[in-house]
Design a binder for this molecule. Structure first.
Ligand SMILES: [Zn+2]
Length: 310
């Protein structure tokens, strides 16, 4: 049974507010990887969440980890310059090699450390489109990507000791190859960049993303996972936690709904698509942080999607 530990989880961790995990509060995002002007890496921080599952931060997308007697699993790898501190921290916590590295999607702040982890990892797993996107990204960056050796289309799972970890692809959203990773007994769900807590989400259309699809995916996940699931986010704006609850999924869904309504109104009023790219404020979401051009981008993509469906 999947939720036999639900009561335990409920009693142990849900009542702890995010503020109890200082390192789980957002600080920065969107720094450019691997460039000479990139800031020096922030300190590496491991934060336990529930049971043997926790998160790691330094720079880039939030990393998830499972460390138990019979297994060591890592979700995402950040960058080549931060992966060594992840590795040494894991070595302090377990004598094991990494049984599995799972990539939530292909972006370089989530797969850039794959090459560093590769010699220590028995297996790298990702959605099939994530692998394809990584190849295209590698060509664009003139770099040789370290690709997954196992891919899946719908779901993939592994049991390590007393924990089962299940990756699931829900359809086009942040990219065309996203996966959520559920630690079923701990009841922690790593969302990768399917959720950017209070920051403008990046709709990567060339990689298969969809605004309409992303709404569906958020609703499907919110309905699928238990009400007391603890979610982990790839990014969070300063002052907002990297972890949270189902309400955050609904919040970001409401943002995308507002994006579509705005684009639909523009179409109806005969406004040019180009004007949407310059929109800087979406009523109700003025407080969003991060990269503002992502709002205009989301609006034009929503506009195009509406044009296709009539
Ligand atoms: Zn991403």
């Amino acid at each position: 049974m999947r939720w036999t530990r639900r009561d335990f989880v409920k009693a142990s961790a849900l009542a702890v507010p995010a503020a109890a995990f200082p390192s789980a509060v957002g600080a920065q995002q969107g720094s450019t990887p691997g460039t000479p002007s990139a800031p020096p890496p922030a300190p590496a921080v491991f934060t336990p969440l529930r049971r043997n599952v926790g998160i790691f931060h330094q720079r880039g997308g939030t990393i998830g980890w499972l460390v138990n007697r019979d297994g060591l699993l890592v979700v995402d790898s950040q960058f080549a310059d931060t992966a060594p501190s992840l590795l040494s921290g894991l070595e302090e916590r377990s004598p094991r090699a990494i049984d599995v590295l799972v990539n939530t999607h292909h972006h370089p702040d989530h797969t850039g450390g794959n090459g560093v982890l590769r010699p220590a990892a028995k297996q790298i797993v990702a959605h099939v489109r994530s692998k394809e996107n990584q190849v295209v990204q590698g060509e664009r960056m003139k770099a040789t990507p370290t690709l997954p050796d196992v891919t899946f289309t719908d779901t993939w799972s592994v049991t390590l000791g007393d924990e089962t970890v299940r990756a699931r692809h829900w359809g086009p959203a942040h990219t065309g190859g996203d996966a959520s990773i559920h630690f079923e007994q701990a009841n922690v769900v790593h969302l990768g960049d399917l959720l950017n807590n209070r920051g403008y989400p990046n709709v990567d259309a060339p990689a298969g993303a969809s605004v309409h699809g992303w709404i569906k995916v958020l609703e499907q996940m919110a309905a699928h996972y238990p009400a007391d699931a603890l979610y982990v986010y790839g990014h969070a704006e300063a002052g907002h936690p990297f972890i949270g609850t189902r309400a955050d999924l609904h919040y970001q869904r409401d943002y995308f709904t507002a994006v579509i309504e705005h684009a639909a109104r523009a179409r109806k009023e005969g406004r040019a698509r180009e004007a949407l790219a310059k929109v800087e404020v979406l009523p109700g979401f003025e407080h969003f942080g991060g990269q503002k051009p992502r709002l205009g981008l989301a609006l034009t993509i929503a506009y195009d999607e509406l044009a296709k469906t009539g």
